[in-house]
Structures are given as structure tokens and as C-alpha cells.
Design a protein around this ligand. Structure first.
Ligand code: ADP
Ligand code: ASP
Ligand code: MG
Length: 421
């Protein structure tokens, strides 16, 4: 069995979907599972629809836009104005869920609404492939990927998932299924976190002992830095699992960070390939290999530094730290970098307002807290001094940590008024 994953950009319009069909058609070596994300920016559009609904704003124009852009794709796929009953049925269900979950907790409602991006895209694509003779079966990922009820970040129940995946997919020839979504024991929908479709493909690869997994992207493979932020980036031909997990953990946006563990655990090779140039090699991520890597840069925007200090000048010792770690975990405030001094503990974290506020409420009776917002965390693997110097230009460094292979700096832009002319 082989597992392919196509992300939003690869199915953003009819022409891209035809390209995906050609890539699937060219594959002829045996059974294939294809995981597909929502089309283009549909997930963002659904988030917007949910936001409008919760704020009692008029959402009908946003739903119409969603309908129109999918109808346009259908028209361009089939070359005529095609009424699709499946699309109408799914959009009706979406509107029903907007009403049904209006007063439910936000994260729970989020998953019941935002999951429609993947449900719609896979329904359209599976039907199109069948129409053009690429016979496939559409499998609802909510029936096979079992999670707990941690909405927006479902925790996988591996045992049940493995059982369902093996039973449902093992004897199929070509399967289309959704990335990003799963289901609870109670039949509700969960999502696995933004960009989670890569993780879905890794879960299926693990459960099926896949021969290999391939994720098809709009880039030639893994590059030395995000091409949207840096010039002169180069493709890396091969990466070890260890290097890939470090890169993605630090925030490299090209692969979801949870993807690597399942495929490493079963020693499954992972190809990152270009859907624009499917014949090109891409990047191969695989087991332990001795490689020397070029410098690689990962930039994580939207960071906050939380400085926590004791009120009574007692040392921040193990007891305080274990209490604080528990609070960070309870409020799902992820620690990207940390340091302690005699009476303080500083943490760099993703700047998620509500979670940080809850954390503060929980610890402020015991600690003083100061927060810096609007920061960036830059991680450099296999760094050179010249590169560090150039990355620091125009930035104020608030926090820095060096290990043998990695340097991390938390920076903010130098305000224009004090920048040297
Ligand atoms: P998908 O369509 O599968 O969701 P994404 O858009 O999430 O794909 O990921 C691909 C994007 O990741 C690229 O367009 C690129 O801008 C960005 N990216 C960030 N860091 C890297 C990197 N180191 N190498 C390649 N691409 C990167
Ligand atoms: N559609 C989801 C998102 O945009 C999941 C994914 O694309 O991986 O986050
Ligand atoms: Mg993505």
C-alpha cells in the first residue's frame, strides 16, 4: 500500500484537480490511499463563516461565496454548468450544523463546521475521478480515524484507529479520504489541528504499514528556508527523520510536526514532491543516514515571551517549575523555548491570546507576570556566524540559546524611529 497526500494548493481549482487526477492515474504499482485537504483557502473561509455566525452577523453571503467557488470548480471540471446534488446536500448539512452548534463550546462547534472543507473537496474529487474512469471508493475519515473529544486537536486513539483502518482500507485498490478530520466515540467530528492532513496521511501509513508515503506540494521538496520569506533557498535532497522532526517542531510550515513520528516508528520513507513537476525527485525523508546539512532557517511568527517571577523572592526551583509546567500543559500553552534564573522563568510561546489569559488567571496569585507580544522565533540549524549576523540585522534580540547544531533567537523589529539611517 502507498499513501499520497494532496494539500489545499494542489486542489485549489479545476486545472489543479485535473493535474492531481493525472498523478493518480500515472501511479500503477498497486493499492493506493489518497488523502485530500480542503480546496485552496476553504478552511479559512469556513472559520470566517463560523466567526460571523457566533457574532450574529449575516453569514449568508459568505456561504454563497463558498457555494459559488465550488460550483465554478465543478463547471470547469465537467465543461458545463453542472448541478451537484452532493455539494448541495453537504452545504445544507453545514448550515444545519451552524444552527445546531450555535450555543455549544466554540472548539466543539469549530470541528462540526470547519470539517466541511474536506468533506466537500473529497466528494467532488472522488466523483470526478470515477466519472473519468479512475475507479475509487470514497471513505469517510471520521469512521476510521478515532480521536478523543479534544476538539480542534483530537488525540488519536491508535488501537481503534488501526483496527478500523486495517478493516476498511487494507483490501481496497484506490481510496479517497479526507485529511484533517476524525470522529469521536459519540459520532461527533473532530479536527487534528490546522494543516493536519499530513498527519492523517502518516496515521494511515502507520496503520497500513505503507511501502512509502508521498506528500505533493507547490514546492520542489524541503527547502533550506521558507521561499515566501527568503531568497536563494535550495532544495534538500535527503533528510533523516531526526532532522525532519527537529525542523518541523521548530515551525517549518512545509510538514505538520506530528507527521514524522508515525512514519519513523515504522521506518516508512516519506517523499515530499512537487505536484507541478511530478517527475522530479523531491526530498526523501528516511532512516538514519549520515549527512551534512546546509544551514536551514525556520521562522515562527506571532510569538510571545512570558516572564514569570516569584512574588516573595523565593528561588524558582523544581517545585515551582513542576507546578508551572502542569499549568502550561493544562492550558495548552506550548513552550517553544525557556530559561530560568534565580527568581524568574521565561518562556517563548505561540501568542494565542485566550490560552495565555487563562494561564495568567491561574498563576497570578503566586507569581508576577510580564508579557512581550509581537515577536518572532528564528531557529537556525547547522548555523554559520555570518548567517546569524545577517538574520539579526534590523532586529532586537530578546532571548538567545545556542546548542551544538541549533541556535534560537527571539526577536522583535527595531522600530523605524530608532533604526540607524
Ligand atoms: P499544503 O498544500 O500541503 O497544505 P502548505 O502550503 O501547507 O502545503 O506547505 C507548502 C508551503 O510551505 C510552501 O508553499 C512553502 O511556502 C512553505 N514552506 C515553509 N517552509 C518551507 C521549507 N523549509 N521548505 C519548503 N516549503 C516551505
Ligand atoms: N484544510 C486544513 C487546513 O487548511 C488541513 C490541511 O490542509 O492540512 O488547515
Ligand atoms: Mg497546508
Amino acid at each position: 500500500m502507498v499513501v499520497y497526500k494532496f494539500g489545499g494548493a494542489s486542489v485549489a481549482d479545476a486545472q489543479n484537480i485535473k493535474n492531481v487526477a493525472a498523478i493518480i492515474k500515472a501511479y500503477s504499482s498497486g493499492p493506493l490511499v489518497v488523502v485530500i485537504s480542503a480546496m485552496g483557502k476553504t478552511t479559512n473561509a469556513l472559520e470566517e463563516i463560523l466567526r460571523a455566525t457566533r457574532n450574529n452577523e449575516n453569514k449568508s453571503e459568505l456561504v454563497t461565496q463558498l457555494r459559488t467557488c465550488h460550483e465554478e470548480i465543478l463547471t470547469n471540471l465537467y465543461g458545463s454548468s453542472k448541478q451537484n446534488q452532493q455539494l448541495s446536500r453537504l452545504l445544507d448539512q453545514l448550515e444545519e450544523n451552524l444552527v445546531k452548534f450555535q450555543d455549544m463550546p466554540y472548539d466543539m462547534a469549530y470541528d462540526q463546521v470547519v470539517s466541511f472543507g474536506e468533506l466537500i473537496s473529497t466528494t467532488i474529487i472522488s466523483e470526478y475521478l470515477n466519472e473519468i474512469g479512475i475507479t475509487n471508493e470514497l471513505i469517510d475519515a471520521r469512521e476510521i480515524i478515532r480521536t478523543d473529544d479534544t476538539y480542534r486537536e483530537g488525540i488519536i486513539d491508535w488501537k481503534t484507529t488501526e483496527k478500523h483502518v486495517k478493516k476498511t482500507l487494507a483490501d481496497k485498490n484506490l481510496v479517497i479520504t479526507q485529511g484533517f478530520i476524525g470522529g469521536t466515540n459519540d459520532g461527533l467530528t473532530t479536527t487534528l489541528g490546522r494543516e493536519g492532513s499530513d498527519f492523517t496521511a502518516a496515521i494511515l501509513s502507520f496503520c497500513l504499514d505503507a511501502e512509502y508515503m508521498a506528500i505533493w506540494k507547490d514546492v520542489p521538496g524541503i527547502l533550506t528556508a521558507d521561499p515566501r520569506l527568503f531568497e536563494n533557498v535550495a532544495k534538500i535532497d535527503r533528510l533523516s527523520y531526526k532532522e525532519a522532526i527537529e525542523m518541523t517542531y521548530y515551525g517549518a510550515k512545509v510538514i505538520h510536526p506530528k507527521t514524522i513520528k508515525p512514519i519513523q516508528n515504522k521506518n516508512i520513507p516519506l517523499w515530499v514532491k512537487s505536484f507541478k513537476h511530478p517527475e522530479a525527485e523531491g526530498t526523501l525523508i528516511s532512516g538514519e543516514i549520515e549527512l551534512t546539512y546546509p544551514p536551514m532557517i525556520v521562522v515562527e511568527p506571532n510569538q510571545a515571551l512570558i516572564h514569570i517571577s516569584t512574588k516573595d523572592f523565593s528561588f524558582v526551583g523544581e517545585e515551582h517549575l513542576s507546578k508551572l509546567f502542569k499549568k502550561f500543559n493544562d492550558h495548552r500553552v506550548r513552550i517553544n523555548m525557556m530559561r530560568n534564573t534565580a527568581i524568574s522563568f521565561s518562556v517563548c510561546t505561540n501568542d494565542i491570546k485566550e490560552r495565555i489569559e487563562h494561564l495568567i488567571q491561574d498563576v497570578q496569585h503566586e507569581f508576577n507576570i510580564v508579557i512581550d507580544h509581537g515577536l518572532e522565533l528564528i531557529t537556525l540549524r547547522h548555523y554559520t556566524e555570518d548567517l546569524i549576523t545577517s538574520l539579526r540585522k534590523g532586529k532586537i534580540v530578546l532571548f538567545e540559546e545556542r546548542l551544538r547544531q541549533t541556535i534560537q533567537i527571539v526577536v522583535k523589529d527595531v522600530p523605524d524611529m530608532i533604526r540607524k539611517k
